[in-house]
Write a protein that binds this ligand. Sequence first.
Ligand code: ATP
Ligand code: LTN
Length: 328
Amino acid sequence: MARKIAYSGVQPSGGLTIGNYLGAVSNFTKLENDYDCLFNVANMHAITVEQDPAELRRKNIETLAIFLAAGLSPEKSILFIQSDCPEHAELCWVLNSVTYMGELGRMTQFKDKSKKNEDNLNSALFTYPVLMAADILLYNTNLVPVGDDQRQHIEITRDIAIRFNNRYGETFVVPEALYSKEGARIMSLQNPDQKMSKSDEDENATIRMLDEPNVIIKKVKRAVTDSLAEINYSDEQAGLKNLFNIYGAFTGEKPEEIANRYSGQGYGVLKNDLGEVIVESLSPIRETYNKLMSDIPYLEKVAREGAEKASKIASKTIDKVYRKVGFR
Ligand code: ATP
Ligand code: LTN
């Protein structure tokens, strides 16, 4: 029996954070053995917010290197850079014609990002979810491992697939999302009401996958907590709760149990230990990453071969879609 297909993407819009790692990338590696996987560097999504071209060019390959450093294998999965496969833009255009302004206007990510980018309210930011639907639907994807913030985007992808199928006849597989248990929603270390985001301007709000150990320790120490001076795992102590969630996502323990273990101790002890837990988990990734980055031609070869494999599948979908809508 053919294996099921898993697909996901990460934008090269900044250094990947532990939110990206715990919510998405660490789960990718768990799927590789059981699914036919495709993971891409979603650079076409990244330009919905202004990017410096030279920096984006560098981040494309750096993000691919992080995928490899986190344990993904180009032998098992198709790893590629989105803009290397023109089929993503081609399908996006067709799907735009079955997507309503009203449903795009309800997307909370659009509302959030509009507020942050008032000087650059471009239409790609608005149609972002349609490109994401194109990514997913091009590959007959069954499963999409993502963080909790992508819920609405997965829902609209499903709606678009169903609508297209109803209008033009059975074409797309309707995908399901996969969320990680503890890591699905890692919050900002400086504002625990907001998700940790790689494009946050406050460096203390994020821990990046490639941060040096002393930087990680320092950022955890600076994480906002509260003045109750009492260890609990509760919504009233959102900063502390986030630290326990991060701790649990790295060690596999239940956050409530970790909180019990620290009961009666000061926040400083917890922060020291958590800093070490994170450093220990990320150090091997950082070391592998540094080795990989010393061989750019290898990374370029991985990207090239990945794009070839992806295009082979994607071009079949485009052919089918173009026939259905009457282009061919
Ligand atoms: P940006 O700040 O540029 O919007 P981002 O940090 O939100 O970027 P994306 O590239 O949009 O990251 O997301 C890549 C993957 O990481 C997605 O599956 C997303 O759901 C997941 N993710 C992002 N932030 C978090 C978070 N704080 N907790 C858990 N998962 C997250
Ligand atoms: N929109 C996603 C990144 C992304 C993605 C995808 C995730 C682009 N294409 C396809 C899953 C499947 C985000 O994380 N903001």
